[in-house]
Design a protein around this ligand. Structure first.
Ligand SMILES: [Zn+2]
Ligand SMILES: [Zn+2]
Length: 334
């Protein structure tokens, strides 16, 4: 499943899309974007840590007459391994600046200082929610394809870096950033807004809070920023960032109604709620998903349940095993 399409596309306005391979992953490639600025080139996202990705980046830069030494800074939309994994390699090769949102730097430290501790906490949480673990769930390859690399700069919401303005869009990760390009009016959307893929929003740790509420508020920000086009991290650029954000909001409303319907039958664990829902665009039954996808499905269902809980529509009983969620009677809602 190696990616063999075009490597680079000149998008005009001094923006180049470089497709970096994600061999073995259904996404096929991740887009790194190279943007020309007065003091050199900015690279947004960099692929995972692998020689094949590094080679593709060198080749892509050469295709547009550039080299890694022309890259003045690397900005990271979020610290998932396919966006951040190669950062350490690039810093050692001389890229002087690495920047990300402080919340994702925290996330990276927790995930990568002791990957085993994070995996154990996530597995224990999902097990408390009724999911029977079958052997090793976490994709071990992730740990080999990334490394903890300290940023030189942390970008808060609204930070300006050359032609780009950072927009904090938590949800997919706590510190996800989109970047608004003031020259083209386009929005680099990272994994926050993709098309046709629905970005994953899940609760992998109990203390994650209302990730879906964050995500939906971040979609509202995309709608409000009136971008001229979307430059997503996966798939191809598309014209209507706001329109796609509206579709994603509608998708989550539809999902929420399905979950409320499932809970009409009584209190259920998150796993039993997930079992009552159709999955993927084909509407596959939960039990036909591969084990790792089932775990993702439970994490996504938990994001919905916790969002409903934050709105006072659902209550959680964490004193029972597994944890159960139930509808709050309309009369009792505050
Ligand atoms: Zn991601
Ligand atoms: Zn990604």
């Amino acid at each position: 499943m190696a990616y063999d399409g075009p490597l680079t596309t000149d998008l005009g306005d001094g923006i180049v899309q470089i497709r970096l391979p994600m061999t073995g992953n259904p996404m096929r490639y991740i887009n790194a974007y190279l943007l020309e600025d007065r003091d050199g080139w900015t690279l947004v996202d960099c692929g995972w840590k692998d020689d094949e990705v590094l080679d593709a980046l060198h080749t892509g830069l050469a295709e547009v007459g550039r080299a890694l030494s022309d890259v003045r800074r690397l900005l990271i939309t979020h610290v998932h391994f396919d966006h951040y994994g190669l950062a350490g390699t690039l810093m050692r090769a001389g890229v002087p600046v690495l920047a990300m949102h402080p919340r994702d730097w925290e996330t990276a430290q927790y995930h990568l200082r002791d990957p085993g501790a994070f995996d154990r906490e996530a597995d224990a949480w999902i097990a408390r929610n009724g999911f029977v673990l079958e052997g090793e769930m976490v994709d071990e390859l992730q740990h080999h394809r990334t490394e903890l690399t300290r940023p030189t700069d942390l970008l808060e919401d609204g930070a300006e870096v050359g032609r780009l303005r950072a927009m904090w869009t938590p949800g997919h990760t706590p510190g996800h950033l989109c970047f608004f390009d003031r020259i083209s009016g386009k929005l680099l959307t990272g994994d926050h807004v993709l098309d046709p893929v629905t970005p994953h929003v899940g609760i992998w740790l109990e203390r994650r809070g209302d990730a879906l509420g964050d995500y939906e508020r971040s979609l509202d920000r995309v709608i409000a920023c009136k971008a001229n086009g979307a430059l997503p991290a996966h798939g191809e650029p598309f014209a209507d960032a706001a329109g796609r954000a509206v579709e994603l909001l509608a998708h989550h409303r539809h999902r929420e109604r399905q979950i409320v319907d499932a809970l009409e039958r009584g209190a259920l664990s998150a796993t039993d709620v997930a079992r009552a829902l159709p999955w993927r665009r084909r509407g596959d039954p939960f039990d036909q998903l591969e084990p790792m996808h089932r775990q993702f499905a439970v994490a996504e269902t938990l994001a919905h349940l916790e969002h409903l809980r934050a709105q006072g529509i659902v209550a959680r009983d964490a004193a029972v095993a597994p944890i159960r969620y139930a509808l709050v009677e309309a009369a009792q809602r505050v």
